[in-house]
Write a protein that binds this ligand. Structure first.
Ligand code: AMP
Length: 277
């Protein structure tokens, strides 16, 4: 497995593969890998001969008060996991390689990037869309794989790739969970033991909302009850529990697929999760 730090080198490697007719996939990550990330690698390997994983903790998607400096980083462990998973190359540029000294361009997906998560993290999706556009242009994969875990992010990336005519297929992979239902996340390592015990309740509650709505229950009431349950259980604050159109993430309409999406705080840790109705 090659570990590649420069844009020029990853371009050379990928174009060499493509010149011999091999298809290439990219799985973008911020490292601190877990089985959720590895499941995306497996999905990628089923689709293409070659698999590239990027590891880049992207400063532009963190607000100044967020956890950029404390975000978990363990490259040696990540590389061992990716080698064991059969990855061909890891692209791990530093911030200077990615953004240079004079980076000025921002990719913003209007509307979709400003609701739900975007309402609470106003610059987050511009940071995500910009870095993902750059990674897709730098690596030039045939397929790029993202997790359903970050459902709105997947919708934003799909819209961005379509709008910018990027010649790549965007693939979504299902959310991998701990045995008690908690969605795997690099940020779960922030949870204290007491918080970790409470954390799966977020998934339990959104599954409850999905069931109620699927059997004809009122959306607002189901979301309000779930929010109250989390509050009473000890979640410190609930940013949102919403039922949205599964494609546009706008208000749901009768007869269309729906998704329950939620974000809530346990102490200093912000958890997000989502399920289909
Ligand atoms: P991150 O390193 O957290 O930025 O995530 C990198 C990719 O892994 C994103 O496409 C995430 O949606 C995906 N991902 C994160 N957690 C999970 C999970 N529990 N199951 C499946 N995919 C995940």
């Amino acid at each position: 497995m090659d570990v590649i730090r420069s844009i020029a080198d990853i371009r050379t490697r990928v174009s060499g593969w493509r010149a011999t007719g091999e298809l290439v996939s990219l799985v973008p990550t911020m490292g601190a890998l877990h089985d959720g990330h590895i499941s995306l690698v497996r999905l990628a390997a089923e689709r293409t001969e070659r698999t590239v994983v990027s590891i880049f903790v992207n400063p532009t998607q963190f607000a100044p008060h967020e956890d950029f400096t404390t975000y978990p980083r363990d490259e040696a462990r990540d590389l061992a996991m990716l080698e064991a998973a059969g990855v061909d190359a890891v692209f791990a540029p530093n911030v200077g390689e990615m953004y240079g000294e004079t980076h000025r361009t921002v990719v913003e997906v209007q509307g979709l990037g400003k609701i739900l998560e975007g309402a609470f993290r106003p610059d987050f999706f511009a940071g995500v869309a910009t870095v993902c556009a750059k990674l897709l242009i730098q690596v030039g994969p045939d397929v790029a794989v993202f997790g359903d875990k970050d459902y709105q992010q997947l919708c934003v990336i799909r819209a961005m790739a379509r709008d910018l005519n990027l010649p790549v297929e965007i693939l979504g992979g299902e959310t991998i969970r701990e045995s008690d239902g908690l969605a795997m996340s690099s940020r779960n390592s922030y949870l204290t033991n007491a918080e970790r015990t409470l954390a799966p309740k977020l998934h339990d509650e959104i599954v409850g909302v999905a069931r109620r709505v699927a059997s004809g229950g009122a959306i607002e009431e189901a979301c309000a009850d779930a929010s109250q349950e989390l509050d009473q259980a000890g979640f410190s604050s609930i940013d949102y529990i919403a039922v949205s159109d599964a494609e546009t993430l706008e208000s749901p309409a009768a007869g269309r697929p729906m998704r329950v999406l939620a974000a809530a705080w346990l102490g200093k840790t912000r958890l997000i999760d989502n399920v289909a109705v």
